[in-house]
Ligand binder design. Structure first.
Ligand code: GDP
Length: 433
């Protein structure tokens, strides 16, 4: 969904406004996966349109001084937002800090909805009108506390959204495959991108109709074009501060939304970190195909290499189906192995097992390895069908609840039998009593 960032000085009522927006709509409130700090992003819905609302008040960068902190917050928000809600306290009026934020917003070119908050009664409305002087259009008077004006405000936000991007049809055939290059900072994403771009033909591509960071690059590898998603974001210098972690997560999320396959880069020279694992989990949860690239292979010694194998077995057990490449973005070692790995992952992602074959497989499986008897009953798989691809999704009709261990066993056997390299698979159970 489009991202609406709420920006403004402390105490102008950002959080109250966010609560008002969510509460009034009884919105489904969800954490953005992987965000551990206090919740700052929420799913909301207005007039049938889903929105992700980001409350930038949830964190304050460690910049020196209020003005610098707010400026930084505004910059990071506009990086990701499709629309910025800029909240000003109408009872105070525009301060110098507000003016500075306006400058940043104006330069960003992002649509801005100006919110004049704390307009609790008719008397304050005049003060809201004074905010026209900020030069960013009509102030929308609201009382976040009492709810006044928040419906009109959300209408204004929807109106300010860029034209809805055409649905990203995953089924499009023939077009360049869409690749997200992911990984924590310093694993070598931009180095790899540069390596690929330098040695291959590149077309910078403004994807019409999409918003945040519209710049992808088309890179020709192995005789075909691949669309690398959000290369602008990868190449941008990282800003070192608290918010960066959170925004990196959102950015990863939005790249995944548009990608078919993710290459997760990890640093082979260092033990896997929480963040590496979290990114891999995000790919799996998003249902995208996955290639894991161990970068900086040029730095490995024998000992580390030996240890690495065990580490991979242990920590990446849940993604053991992902093709792996051991590369060096620096020297170019095995970078050409990326294409076959991508092909493998994409093939698994899109593959389908005919129903007859699938049921024959299950008949044999259930006969040879029946579910353990539980409470005098033995649940059986009665019928199975593949409900979809990208990723492969299976529905099992069963005569009872299949326990976790058995479902994992089924997944393992499915993979042994039919492949599905490089792709998560989903298995849903429908119990027929
Ligand atoms: P990003 O933050 O993921 O985009 O990482 P960068 O591409 O900026 O790389 C971070 C640092 O790692 C830089 O100093 C790179 O020169 C270095 N680096 C990247 N790839 C390799 C590699 O394969 N081998 C070695 N030795 N260094 C690398």
């Amino acid at each position: 969904p489009p991202v609406v960032a709420v920006v403004g000085r402390p105490n102008v009522g950002k959080s109250t406004l966010v609560n008002r927006i969510l509460g009034r709509r009884e919105a489904v409130v969800e954490d953005v996966p992987g965000v551990t700090r206090d919740r700052v992003a929420y799913d909301a819905e207005w007039s049938g349109r889903r929105l992700t609302v980001v409350d930038t008040g949830g964190w304050l960068p460690d910049a020196a001084g209020l003005a610098a902190a707010i400026a930084e917050q505004a910059r990071m928000a506009v990086d990701l937002a499709d629309v910025v809600m800029f909240v000003v306290d109408a009872t105070v009026g525009a301060t110098d800090v507000d003016e500075a934020v306006v400058e940043i917003l104006r330069r960003s070119g992002k649509p801005v909805v100006l919110v004049a908050n704390k307009v609790d009664d008719a008397a304050t409305e005049l003060e809201a009108t004074a905010l026209w002087s900020l030069g960013i259009g009509e102030p929308h008077p609201v009382s976040a506390l009492h709810g006044r004006g928040s419906g009109d405000l959300l209408d204004a936000v929807l109106a300010a959204l860029p034209q809805q991007a055409p649905p990203q049809l995953l089924a499009v055939e023939g077009g360049p495959r869409r690749v997200a290059l992911l990984g924590r900072p310093n694993v070598g994403k931009s180095s790899l991108l540069n390596k690929l771009a330098r040695e291959n033909r590149v077309v910078v591509d403004d994807v019409a109709g999409t918003t945040r960071d519209p710049v992808d690059e088309l890179i020709e590898l192995g005789g075909r074009s691949w669309r690398f998603i959000d290369t602008a974001g990868i190449r941008r210098r990282h800003r070192e501060n608290q918010g960066a972690d959170f925004y990196a997560t959102l950015r990863t999320q939005s790249a995944l939304e548009r990608a078919e396959v993710a290459v997760v880069l990890v640093d082979a020279g260092q033990p896997l970190t929480e963040q590496d694992l979290r990114i891999i989990s995000m790919v799996i949860e998003a249902g995208r195909s996955l290639v894991i690239a161990y970068n900086k292979w040029d730095l490995l010694d024998e000992e580390r290499r030996h240890y690495l194998e065990r580490e991979i077995d242990r920590q990446l057990y849940h993604a053991r189906w992902a093709p792996r490449v051991n590369i060096s973005a620096l020297t170019g070692r095995h970078v050409d192995k990326l294409v076959p790995a991508l092909d493998t992952a994409l093939e698994g992602w899109g593959s389908r097992v005919p129903t007859a074959k699938l049921n024959q497989f299950f008949a044999e499986l259930v006969a040879a390895h029946p579910h353990p008897i539980r409470g005098g009953k033995q649940p059986r798989v009665l019928f199975a069908t593949q409900a979809g691809v990208r990723p492969p999704r299976f529905v099992l009709f069963t005569s009872g609840f299949l326990e976790e261990g058995y479902r994992r066993f089924i997944e393992r056997r499915l993979r042994e039998e039919f492949g599905f390299a490089g792709t998560p698979i989903e298995i849903t159970m429908k119990i027929r009593e």
